[in-house]
Write a protein that binds this ligand. Structure first.
Ligand code: ATP
Length: 378
């Protein structure tokens, strides 16, 4: 049996090779054969009717007989109080390719919750995820997961970490249950444990009703949730997901987001995405990378507040009516003209009305960096 097409691990687990500085090994495994699932019929709901569990219920972690991997449990095993160290500590991390720095001096502490990793193309998000998932060796700085250094002991880090790559491949002729059992066996689980875990995980991602359907009948969103399930096979403390909602319809996006938010109750979920509304809907933290550097790490509410009182909507005949010194975050043609959304210190037109800011307004203003009072970019 072979996966549809892929060059790397089918399960999105991290590569077996130790992290290296060679760019050739810095490419995360990708899969060009995602299921588009146009024939899928997803009847799953937020609740698993067979068990009555909610996605990501804490019961899942204990059910899996997890051998105490969290910092808290490790500390309890050692007979000591858990320390205040964050689950993930990224300290002064940089990555250089040739003479170009893809990432520089990034310091981030992460604990349970969803951290939305945002940044324009080329900002360094994939590089940072590659370092976190042990694919890529940092040039400088350290990353620890539950106190374990990714460079010193990548194998131990991998056992604490689940990864859903952007392109996730499945074996289309297997059922969801068979697929997870297979990946569980690859991870060294015995048959009974793999079976039990597959059932639990399908419940966690609200696919219990579809467990015995072949994967080639799954919609794109269902396949992504299978991807999340496989990333949870080792019941990781840290889940890294790369653009999990791209190409999904709004209903499936919401389902996927809800699963991630539920899982983040007792895990670090690193959500790398360009879809700012997904971050707004799920994240407790937002980290913005620009040109390889961390521009901000805060909570979404604080970022939104940064443009409070500076977002306006107005209707204009054409966009030229807006002072080019102002940042236009959206424009839509309406019957009465163009409705534009503007970030500016003062009303951009006489009839502009103030509106509640969104995270997207704040994010675009942060990237734009121009003076909201109209003075242009610094
Ligand atoms: N293997 C590599 N060899 C050389 N340069 C690389 C390599 N991987 C990434 N880079 C460079 O590092 C910088 C950061 O790239 P990275 O892919 O991490 O950004 P990103 O934020 O993930 O972008 P995107 O949103 O487009 O996926 C870019 O300038 C990119 O060209």
């Amino acid at each position: 049996m072979s996966p549809s097409t892929r060059d790397g691990p089918t399960d999105g687990s991290t590569a077996d090779e130790p992290a290296t500085d060679e760019p050739a090994t810095d490419e995360p495994a990708t899969d060009e054969s995602t299921t588009d699932g146009s024939t899928g019929d997803d009847r799953s709901t937020g609740d698993d009717r067979s068990t009555g569990r909610r996605a990501g219920d804490a019961i899942f972690r204990s059910d899996l007989g997890r051998a105490g991997r969290s910092a808290a449990t490790d500390a309890a095993d050692r007979g000591s109080e858990p320390d205040d160290d964050p689950r993930v500590r990224i300290d002064g991390v940089g990555k250089r390719y040739g003479d170009q720095w893809a990432l520089r001096d990034v310091t981030l502490d992460l604990d349970a919750g969803v951290v939305g990793l945002l940044g324009p193309n080329g900002a360094g998000k994939s590089t940072l995820m590659g370092i976190l998932t042990t694919f890529t060796a940092p040039t400088e700085g350290t990353v620890t997961v539950d106190g374990v250094d990714v460079s010193e002991d990548p194998t131990a880090v991998r056992s604490r970490l689940g990864y859903l790559p952007q392109e996730f491949g499945v074996y289309p002729d297997l059922t969801a249950r068979e697929f997870l059992e297979y990946l569980g066996a690859l991870r060294g689980l015995d048959r009974a444990t793999a079976r039990e875990r597959a059932v639990d995980l399908l419940s966690v991602v609200n696919l219990a009703d579809a467990a015995d359907r072949r994967l080639d009948t799954f919609s794109g969103g269902m396949t992504q949730r299978v991807g999340i399930a496989q990333a949870l096979l080792a019941d990781p403390d840290v889940l890294v997901v790369d653009e999990p909602t791209v190409g999904l319809d709004p209903t499936e996006r919401a389902r996927c987001r809800n699963v991630l938010a539920d899982l983040a109750r007792d895990r670090v979920v690193v959500l790398s995405t360009h879809i700012v509304s997904d971050v707004e809907a799920t994240a407790s933290d937002v980290a913005v990378l620009v040109d390889g550097r961390l521009r901000t790490h805060t909570d979404p509410e604080t970022l939104v507040e940064s443009v409070d009182g500076r977002v306006w909507e107005c209707v204009v005949d054409d966009r030229g009516a807006i002072d080019p010194a102002h940042l236009v975050t959206s424009t839509a043609r309406r019957g009465d003209g163009r409705r534009v959304r503007v970030v500016a210190g003062d009303p951009p037109t006489d009839d502009a009305t103030p509106v509640d800011p969104t995270l997207e307004d704040a994010y675009l203003a942060l990237l734009d960096g121009r003076d909201p009072n109209g003075g242009g970019r610094p």
